[in-house]
Design a protein around this ligand. Sequence first.
Ligand SMILES: CC(C)(COP(=O)(O)OP(=O)(O)OC[C@H]1O[C@@H](n2cnc3c(N)ncnc32)[C@H](O)[C@@H]1OP(=O)(O)O)[C@@H](O)C(=O)NCCC(=O)NCCS
Length: 422
Amino acid sequence: MTDDFSFATLDLDDESHENTARVNGWLDAVTRGFHQGHATDEFREKWLAAVRLDGATSRGVWESPELPLSTEVPVATFGHFVKTLNAGAAHLPARMITDVTVAPTHRRRGLMRRLMTENLEDAASTGIPVVVLTASEGAIYQRFGFGPATREAQVRVDSTSRFQLRQVPDDGGRVAMVDASVAWPTLSAVFEKHHLVTRGSLGRPTYYEAWLKGYDWQAQSEDRRQRIAVRFGPDGEADGFVAYAQKRTEGTGEIEVRDMVTSSPAAHLALWQFLADIDLADVVTVSAPVVDPLTHALVDHRVRRVTAMPDHLWVRILDVQAALEARPWFGTDRIVLRVVDGLGHADGTFSIDASDGRAAVTSTTDAPDVTLDVETLGTLYLGDVTVDPLAKGGRITATGEALRRFAALADGSPSPHCNTHF
Ligand SMILES: CC(C)(COP(=O)(O)OP(=O)(O)OC[C@H]1O[C@@H](n2cnc3c(N)ncnc32)[C@H](O)[C@@H]1OP(=O)(O)O)[C@@H](O)C(=O)NCCC(=O)NCCS
């Protein structure tokens, strides 16, 4: 059914008039898919500069002959690039899928299915162990083996006098407002430190640089209201930053945190004290870790209120051995795990031999102790969800004893946090 179309990869380096029209058409399809404004020339230039540095691949599907009055706009788009995922015990290359759109006139004809299955085959053939994405809706990607693996808490914090930390961080560090146009190397270094120590963290695409300098990719214009504060630790090195803007809602001043990245608990709490101290606001809103030390650092924990808890990162494991050897394991035991994968990539039976926090994973012909599908393995992978609720939800098959042993090996802190959006 998808044979009537031409599937092709954009040339992101060709600046000829003809190819620029093709890139414009591709971007027009993406912005149409997400109901955003048509891409401006400035947007295209900034986008191209960023995706070139990321070595991105942008695929499109064009109808042949071309659709009437719709020059060079493809009927589907699909992009990816590779960064690293902190799997808890090691970093792994992760293919990040993005810009998935299909024109409203061409939906449900299998275009996305073909783009996705080809992409997963390509990733597997080039040795990529995990593929990740974020999902606009909750029922699309399970069929391709993706499981929701991290969530983000949407949080409202009362920053009136009710906000009180049990102990105000007093380690000799300080917080400074910085000029976004020159702060990028410092912000980038803070993110790299955070990425090193945070389970579930995913490397950031290059377009973060323009965004933190004030370019609003959604509005396609400069946002001159965004401010950035950096926390410098006692050694003078930056160990956290926050990007925010103040807005007035219902007569109340609100500090809307757009990005908050820290590499130490002291930096996290110091930046919270900074946010609570900002005048002309009595609430702070932020996307926060699900398990947030702030909750336990407050005198009154109800000051921090979770308003929503959407899923964030979806994980699709392609190489079970590489993926499971990069995550932490707890206790000393051996479990035989049967992974069922309708697309074949991760299908097999694996021996997980765990000790000292890591596991050696090998293929085996032994009888399995535990059986689950690849989607469930993705959900379990980063530790946001434990074995017990998945088993009770009918997603893991095992005898009671095997389940207890599997949980003892697989479940353990820290809980993950991914604050990369793409
Ligand atoms: C989501 C979207 C990309 C799907 O593209 P599509 O070409 O219509 O999808 P396909 O025809 O290839 O569908 C493949 C399968 O996914 C299912 N599916 C597609 N979109 C779905 C949705 N929104 N909810 C539930 N299932 C969905 C189809 O029913 C089909 O199932 P089956 O083959 O197992 O029976 C398209 O609707 C779109 O562009 N939406 C707007 C932008 C968007 O949300 N992009 C996703 C960003 S994460």
